[in-house]
Design a protein around this ligand. Structure first.
Ligand code: TYD
Ligand code: MG
Length: 393
C-alpha cells in the first residue's frame, strides 16, 4: 500500500503550520503567506537558546556563575557601540539589511580586525562561511578593503552539518555565516530558503554556538516590507538583532540594534561607504546638517540617539495650497503628530495653516521620536510660513 502523502501549509512569515489553506495566517495574521508543503509534518526541533546548555536541576541564584566575559571589542567603534561593547562568547548576532548595503563588507572588516594579533596577545580564531559568494569573490573583497589575507579562514559551504563538523575541528572563537537564507540542513527535506530550512539551520547553528561558546554573526536578508526575511522566529532565536539602513542614494549607513540581550537597543552606529569599505563616522552631526547659515524653514535641534547627542536639521516647507484638502507630508516624523501640531498651532497660537501644504523633512534619515522635537518642528513651520529665518539672536 502506498504511503499517504501528507499535505500541509506553512506560513512563510512566521512558520505557523496548518492542515488547511487559508488566505490569512492564523499564527501571525499576515495575508497570502501560507504555502503548500508536502512530506511529513516537521517536528518542532527549534531547541535554541541558552537554557539548553544548562542541566535541568533547580539551583538558587547565588550559585549561578556570573563571571561572564564582558565581550571582545570588534575594533570597529561604531559596531561595538550597537553591540553594547563587543562580541560576547556564545552570542548570536543577526545582521539584516537590503542587498548591497554592506553587510558582507562590515563583517569581513570586523573579522579581519578580530583575528589581527593585538598588543596583549594573538588575535581570535575566526571563520568566514560564505554561502552566497565564491571564495575568490570574498578574497577579492578583502584585497579591495586592504585587509591582510593571512590568518583569514574561509569556507564556502551551505550545509549546516558540514559547517558544524568543520567548526568543531577548527574551534573558532567567532564564526560568520553569510547568509542564513542559503543554509540548509539534511534534517528537513524542503528547499533551501524556505522557512523550515532557515529556521532549523539557524537553530542548529545557535545550539552549536551556545555549546561551544563560539560567537556567531549571521547575515539575514530583508523582505521588501523591511522585515528580516522569512521567519520572524529567527529574531527570537538570536541574542542580538542589528539592522542596517540607509537613505536612498546616500553613502551613509546606520546600524541600529532592534534587540540586544547584552546592551541597550537605542544606540545607532553610523558609517560611510567609501571605496575602501565602511568607515565609522566620528562626527555624525555634520551629516545631519545640510548647510550652514540660517534660512526660512530650517531649524537645527539637539536630539539624542542612544547615549550620544546629535545635531539634526528639521526642514519645513509651507506653501499656499490649491487643494481642498491641503497636504501634510513628513519624512522622519509621524505625519499624524504633524497634523496634531498644526491643530495646536491654530487653536492655541492663532496660526492658520488650513490653506497651506506643509512638508517636513528631517535631514539624514533620522527619526524624531522625542517629545522635545515638536518645538523644532513648530519653529520650522513658523519660519517657513513667515519667510523669516532663525537668526542667532
Ligand atoms: P556588500 O557588503 O556586498 O553588501 P551586502 O552583503 O549587504 O549585500 O556591499 C556591496 C556594495 O558596497 C556594493 O554595491 C559595492 C559597495 N562597496 C563599496 O562601495 N566599497 C567597498 O570597499 C566595498 C567592498 C563595497
Ligand atoms: Mg553579501
Amino acid at each position: 500500500m502506498a504511503a499517504k502523502k501528507t499535505l500541509h501549509y506553512q506560513c512563510q512569515e512566521c512558520g505557523h503550520i496548518t492542515q488547511r489553506w487559508a488566505g490569512q495566517c492564523p499564527g501571525c495574521g499576515e495575508w497570502n503567506t501560507l504555502l503548500e508543503q508536502s512530506g511529513p509534518l516537521p517536528k518542532s526541533t527549534s531547541k535554541a537558546g541558552y537554557a539548553g546548555a544548562a542541566g535541568s536541576e533547580v539551583i538558587t541564584a547565588t550559585e549561578v556563575d556570573v563571571t561572564g566575559d564582558p565581550g571582545v571589542p570588534t575594533g570597529i567603534t561604531e559596531l561595538d557601540r550597537v553591540l553594547g561593547g563587543g562580541l560576547v562568547p556564545g552570542a548570536v548576532v543577526l545582521i539584516g539589511g537590503d542587498p548591497g548595503i554592506g553587510k558582507s563588507t562590515l563583517l569581513l572588516q570586523a573579522l579581519a580586525s578580530l583575528i589581527a594579533p593585538a598588543a596583549n596577545g594573538p588575535g581570535l580564531n575566526g571563520i568566514y562561511v560564505t554561502g552566497e559568494e565564491s571564495l575568490s569573490q570574498v578574497v577579492q573583497r578583502a584585497e579591495r578593503l586592504g585587509l591582510p589575507r593571512d590568518g583569514l579562514k574561509l569556507m564556502a559551504e551551505t550545509e549546516v552539518e558540514r559547517i558544524i563538523a568543520s567548526a568543531a575541528r577548527e574551534r573558532p572563537n567567532v564564526m560568520i555565516i553569510d547568509s542564513v537564507q542559503t543554509m540548509h540542513t539534511e534534517l528537513i527535506p524542503s528547499a533551501p530558503g524556505g522557512v523550515a530550512q532557515v529556521r532549523e539551520s539557524t537553530a542548529q547553528l545557535v545550539r552549536f554556538a551556545k555549546r561551544t561558546g563560539t560567537a556567531l554573526l549571521l547575515v539575514g536578508h530583508v523582505t521588501k516590507e523591511g522585515a528580516l526575511a522569512g521567519p520572524r522566529v529567527l529574531e527570537h532565536m538570536v541574542d542580538t538583532v542589528l539592522y542596517f539602513e540607509s537613505e536612498n542614494s546616500s553613502r551613509y549607513r546606520m546600524v541600529r540594534a532592534i534587540k540586544n540581550r547584552f546592551g541597550a537597543v537605542n544606540e545607532i552606529g553610523i558609517f560611510a561607504m567609501t571605496e575602501r569599505g565602511l568607515r565609522g563616522v566620528a562626527n555624525p552631526s555634520a551629516i545631519f546638517l545640510s548647510r550652514s547659515g540660517a534660512s526660512p524653514g530650517s531649524v537645527v535641534m539637539v536630539t539624542r540617539e542612544g547615549t550620544r547627542p546629535l545635531l539634526v536639521e528639521v526642514q519645513a516647507l509651507v506653501d499656499q495650497s490649491n487643494l481642498g484638502n491641503p497636504r501634510r507630508l513628513a519624512v522622519g516624523m509621524d505625519p499624524n503628530r504633524l497634523a496634531m501640531l498644526l491643530a495646536v498651532l491654530h487653536r492655541h497660537g492663532g496660526v492658520a495653516t488650513q490653506d497651506q501644504d506643509v512638508f517636513i523633512n528631517v535631514v539624514g534619515g533620522v527619526r524624531l521620536a522625542e517629545p522635545a522635537a515638536v518645538l523644532a518642528v513648530v519653529l520650522a513651520v513658523l519660519t517657513s510660513l513667515r519667510h523669516r529665518s532663525m537668526s542667532a539672536d
